[in-house]
Design a protein around this ligand. Structure first.
Ligand code: ATP
Ligand code: MG
Length: 464
């Protein structure tokens, strides 16, 4: 279980040290402060605080006021402690959002029990938030842009499998939209009103992942201070999305295999089986068949997961979707960032169609976001594109490879384009240091500066 971060703010040093010892022993990370200004400096760095234990009367101000502020900025739970026990104080504290209230002198076990409850309630409220958020988001097909044959095949499959309970294995390169497809399956299934619980099996370290997936009972390991539900149990009646399944350790692969076979598991530290009705969708950008061959992925698990395989095509294999995706993202970011980009000119679009998109749709989405923000309005041309994307044009402009098109060309503007490409590349590589760029091109600095002026070339951050 993750360590919780707790801030204790009290002017009595005996209380601070008693709480520090007891809470650290329980596996939490505890910060202590003797007054509000000290507490403020401890919390101003942006690090999270899960729970605040605060005295009402502090030497430099009102503990309740500090509590209200911290709750706003850190979304923490709070327990208020005071030596001046009165009903009014208790009412005021809870009115201001305290989770509970204790009067001094208190029994340390009572405070510890309250901190467990407060932290559990914080975790639950996070889960509820997640649930509400997911219900509000629509994951219909409209969100998945594409009309190419390759992506239409994926749509057909989604439609066919959505309402079955079959396990689905989504594979494809990074950024191709695997998670989007998993959501589309869940939200088009009869489980749509229940949760789709994602677990990133690659991002959570092995030991933690087991308790994250199956939960644990109190005392199962150091730091397991209370029972905790695992993601499989939270996903009951809904869907669990096992992302990056190819990164799962062999030990956990065995355990997942058993859940797939029996829909049953035990929490870490418990022998009591828990039964669940969960639909499983897994995804990976690894080649699992290869992983099976080199024995890093269990063959039996692969077949259990691969009931319905969905292979998401790379963007370079469905280039006809690029213009649609570009329009979709331009509309989206114009709205989101209050900009007014009209589109790409023909040359720029051609460059993007030629590019091979190693980062797939995610890379395209990020590029459009960046261009919409930087350029702000008008039409995006080749020279607005980052250097990486322009390389292709430079190759095309390489004198050895230049071809005069059948229908002819405008000589002056072709030469002009060639110049622009060389100058822009030199400027970008030198972060617009004119001296260095001139050296790179073997030009006089003044000649270069004149050309920049005449051509109206401007750095990207000034083009808005
Ligand atoms: N067809 C699509 N239409 C619109 N947006 C898309 C499409 N495919 C992907 N995206 C967007 O691209 C981004 C990456 O998609 P997603 O996270 O689903 O990819 P992924 O395959 O899970 O990547 P990774 O393997 O890196 O986890 C998201 O912001 C998603 O909304
Ligand atoms: Mg993903």
């Amino acid at each position: 279980m993750q360590k919780s971060r707790i801030l204790v703010c009290d002017d009595e040093s005996s209380i601070r040290s008693a709480l520090f010892r007891a809470l650290e022993k329980r596996g939490h990370h505890v910060l202590t402060a003797s007054c509000i200004s000290e507490a403020e400096s401890l919390t101003s760095g942006g690090q999270s605080i899960d729970l605040l234990l605060v005295d009402i009367r502090l030497p430099d101000g009102d503990g309740l006021e500090f509590m209200a502020k911290l709750q706003k900025t850190h979304h923490c739970q709070s327990i208020v402690m005071t030596g001046f026990g009165s009903i009014d104080n208790a009412i005021e504290a809870t009115k201001r959002g305290a989770f509970h209230y204790v009067t001094k002198p208190f029994n340390i076990d009572e405070v510890l029990a309250l901190t467990d409850k407060a932290l559990e309630s914080k975790r639950l409220s996070l889960e509820n938030k997640l649930l509400r958020q997911q219900l509000h988001e629509k994951y219909k097909f409209e969100n998945i842009i594409g009309q190419s044959e390759a992506i239409m095949k994926v749509f057909e499959l989604i439609e066919i499998v959505a309402d079955s309970n079959s396990t689905v294995l989504i594979t494809g390169e990074s950024g191709t939209g695997k998670e989007l497809i998993a959501k589309a399956i869940h939200y088009n299934s009869s489980r749509a009103s229940k949760l789709m619980v994602p677990v990133n099996c690659g991002a959570i370290p092995g030991e933690l992942l087991e308790s994250e997936l199956f939960g644990h009972v109190r005392g199962a390991f150091t730091g397991a201070i209370s029972n905790r539900q695992g993601r499989f149990e939270i996903a009951n009646d809904g869907t669990i999305f096992l992302d990056e399944i190819g990164d799962m350790s062999p030990n956990l692969q065995v355990k997942i295999l058993r859940v797939l076979q029996e829909r049953r598991f035990e929490a870490v530290g418990s022998t009591k089986p828990i039964e669940v009705d969960v639909r499983i969708i897994a995804a990976t950008n690894k080649d699992l068949e290869k992983a099976v061959l080199d024995k890093s992925f269990r063959e039996d698990l692969f077949y259990r997961l691969n009931v319905i395989p969905i292979k998401v095509p790379a963007l370079r294999d469905r280039k006809s979707d690029i213009p649609l995706l570009i329009n979709h993202f331009i509309t989206q970011f114009n709205e989101l960032k209050k900009r007014d980009i009209q589109g790409f000119d023909r040359d720029a679009l051609e460059v993007l169609m030629e590019y091979n998109w190693p980062g797939n749709v995610r890379e395209l989405e990020n590029l459009i976001e960046r261009l919409v923000i930087l350029k702000g309005r008008g039409v995006i041309g080749v020279y607005d594109l980052p250097e990486r994307y322009q390389q292709k044009t430079n190759v095309a402009l390489n004198p050895d490879k230049v071809t005069v098109p059948e229908k002819g060309l405008d000589f002056n503007s072709a030469v002009d384009n060639f110049e622009n490409a060389l100058i822009m590349q030199a400027l970008e590589r030198t972060s617009w240091n004119r001296n260095k760029a001139a050296n790179l091109l073997n030009l006089n600095r003044t000649t270069l500066v004149e050309k920049i002026k005449k051509k109206g070339l401007i750095p990207p951050d000034r083009s808005v």
